[in-house]
Design a protein. Structure first.
Length: 379
């Protein structure tokens, strides 16, 4: 059957929708499906980028049916200062991981080599880039089938997780005495306020209101107009994308309210045994009560008490996670070089992520110290 392998390309949102039944069948066959594998999440992303993005869904066919799908979009990255055309896996957001859709089996050996050959013929892009793929992902397993000279992989920000099959008491017992004390003090401060309430919001109508509250809460803080202006409100596309996410049956909001207002909120997705915290926001006016941390404690306990939740994922490896002592799951930035220059491109990407940071620090040190002044040189 291996002689019948072929790639069939489907473009844009319509192409993705044409693959819906195959996508759902392949997702169901994955040993560990997560939010970024969901057809609804990919459809929301494609709808968000519909007008401007070159989205392609490479379906691997064995002559009888689709056995795997590699979802990519056109992009550009700077490699040693030079803008370079690349293909990237879809969902290039810090709130989501990336992957190909490929259940275990022979397709893992075939998918990336055939996808790379197809993309080489599709345009002038120099590489297929996979950002933040987990060590347990299908993309990572498939990467082994690419020749060593054409591939590179570098550890990047991990994905912090909790094993919720352990008891909450066990996980809490691993926290430092100082952090437990800080939580206790914050809890007492919060309890002194009127109308304190923790809530899980899962009903469709309630989720709509919770999403609007989340948008306002996020914009009111350091991501707002007087800060970094990175709140969702500043991008119509991202508001549309996350609004579609919030409408999914898999979506839930966790909130803490006090004095008649929401002071912290989490947008979460539940997929199989995984509970994923996608985005968080809190009211900085209540910062001394640490509402985000207390909400995190409440959600962790809730997940540990729920027999259907095996893992709580924080998606990123943000520094504030450290106090909670999560398990950092390795994630990789990976590259597959395309065309005759593929080995060179892969090597340059490797250099960018390994030697680049060291070179940047060295140059920064040189700029700080500067050349000797004429006076000191003459002395």
């Amino acid at each position: 059957m291996s002689g019948q392998w072929s790639i069939v390309e489907h473009r844009g949102l319509d192409g993705l929708c044409a693959l819906e039944s195959d996508w759902r069948r392949l997702t169901a066959a994955l040993p560990d499906p997560a939010a970024h594998h969901l057809f609804e999440v990919q459809r929301a992303w494609a709808a968000c980028l519909r007008a401007d993005a070159d989205l392609r869904y490479l379906a691997l066919n064995d002559g009888e049916q689709v056995r795997a799908i590699c979802p990519v979009q056109a992009g550009r990255q700077r490699v040693l200062g030079v803008p370079t055309g690349v293909w990237t896996l879809t969902l290039g957001r810090p709130d989501f991981l990336q992957d190909v859709l490929c259940p275990p089996g022979e397709a893992e050996r075939v998918l990336l080599p055939l996808a790379a050959s197809h993309l080489q013929r599709a345009g002038s892009a120099r590489a297929l880039v996979m950002g933040r793929v987990l060590a347990r992902s299908a993309a990572w397993r498939c990467l082994a089938s690419v020749g060593r000279l054409r591939r590179s992989a570098t550890l990047t920000e991990p994905c912090d997780e909790f094993d919720c099959r352990e008891s909450f008491e066990t996980l809490r017992g691993r926290l430092s005495r100082n952090f437990r004390g800080n939580l206790r003090k914050a809890r007492n401060k919060l309890a002194a306020l009127a109308g304190v309430e923790f809530a899980n919001v899962a009903a469709p109508v309630s989720r709509e209101a919770a999403f609007e509250t989340f948008l306002a809460l996020e914009e009111s803080g350091w991501k707002g107009g007087h800060g970094t202006r990175t709140a969702l409100r500043f991008s119509d596309r991202l508001v549309a994308f996350y609004r579609a996410i919030a409408a999914l049956p898999a979506c839930e909001f966790n909130c803490v309210s006090a004095e008649g207002r929401c002071i912290a909120s989490q947008l979460c997705l539940r997929t199989g045994g995984e509970y994923m915290v996608v985005k968080i926001a809190y009211d900085q006016q209540y910062e001394r009560m640490a509402p985000g941390q207390l909400l995190m404690e409440w959600v962790l306990e809730r997940c540990c008490r729920d027999p259907g939740v095996e893992r709580l994922s924080l998606v990123t490896g943000s520094s504030w996670h450290a106090d909670w002592r999560p398990v950092p799951t390795p994630a990789y930035w990976a590259c597959v070089g395309l065309g005759p220059g593929g080995p060179l491109v892969s090597g340059l990407h490797r250099l960018r992520f390994r030697a680049g940071p060291a070179l940047h620090r060295l140059l920064a040190l040189g700029r700080r110290s500067g050349p000797p002044s004429r006076r000191s040189a003459d002395a």
